[in-house]
Ligand binder design. Structure first.
Ligand SMILES: Cc1cc2nc3c(=O)[nH]c(=O)nc-3n(C[C@H](O)[C@H](O)[C@H](O)COP(=O)(O)OP(=O)(O)OC[C@H]3O[C@@H](n4cnc5c(N)ncnc54)[C@H](O)[C@@H]3O)c2cc1C
Length: 215
């Protein structure tokens, strides 16, 4: 049964990225899961990872509006009070409870792929993590104030900046690879394939590489 939710607030992050805060109702999700959103009386639907923590009283969704795409633009046009149907939660991109406190975690995201990682970080307060965020430009940063400076590395591929200039794969090639860590990858499939190859070449076992492909 789909839950008929509504938009509680809308937060603009940058020119093409926003956060919708939605009524949670009885929905209970695990950090890292996604929801399927649709508009009332319509069949078209899309998946969106939950951006905030399990214990929050509302649900946040991080959305990149794509001019070439139909659905995300319509989400971007929603206003406070507008209805939205939620199905789910779905998915298995969740942390293993016994690893939460016992292992170091490396989160590697491209673009909106940062969403499940913010949910992990908000849910598990004592997490030993480092977040690598691959974006094209400085303006594509997504709420950096959510992460301590020493836990977040930006890899900026299409303009020169004070941060690392290049893709996440370029960054990883220049760093020692932590053999004890669990690697969590989320975002576009090209990044996920390239990083998986690189990690496996460096001796990381496949079971210690967890992935969620957005597109
Ligand atoms: C499990 C899962 C979780 C997802 N979580 C999120 C999320 O948290 N936030 C989010 O914005 N999207 C997320 N997506 C993608 C989302 O479901 C839609 O595909 C996206 O919003 C585009 O829909 P559209 O109809 O606007 O464009 P479409 O016509 O469906 O897609 C247009 C093109 O845009 C590209 N694209 C799709 N998604 C993105 C993206 N996020 N960033 C950049 N390019 C993209 C693809 O190349 C695609 O061919 C997720 C997808 C999956 C499978």
């Amino acid at each position: 049964m789909k839950y008929r939710s509504k938009v509680l607030s809308k937060r603009i992050i940058n020119k093409d990225t926003l956060v919708l805060e939605l009524e949670k109702g009885d929905i209970r999700f695990k950090a890292g899961q996604y929801l399927v959103l649709s508009f009332p009386n319509e069949k078209e639907a899309r998946e969106y990872s939950v951006y905030n923590g399990e214990n929050a009283s509302t649900i946040e969704i991080l959305i990149k509006t794509l001019p070439e795409g139909s659905f995300s633009m319509r989400l971007g046009d929603l206003n406070v009070g507008d209805p939205l149907l939620i199905d789910g939660p779905f998915g298995f991109f969740v942390m293993k409870e016994h690893e939460v406190k016992t292992k170091p975690h490396v989160f590697i995201a491209s673009g909106t792929g940062i969403s499940p990682f913010r949910s992990y970080i908000q849910t598990y307060s004592k997490l030993n993590y480092h977040l690598l965020h691959g974006i094209r430009k400085l303006d594509d940063r997504i709420e950096p104030e959510n992460y301590p400076d020493d836990k977040l590395t930006y890899c900026i591929s299409r303009e020169t900046s004070p941060y690392f200039n290049g893709r996440v794969t370029d960054y990883l090639k220049q760093q020692p690879i932590d053999k004890q860590a669990i690697y969590h990858l989320c975002g576009n499939s090209a990044m996920i394939n390239d990083v998986t190859d690189l990690l496996e070449t460096n001796g990381i076992r496949p079971e210690n590489i967890r992935t969620e492909v957005f597109f």
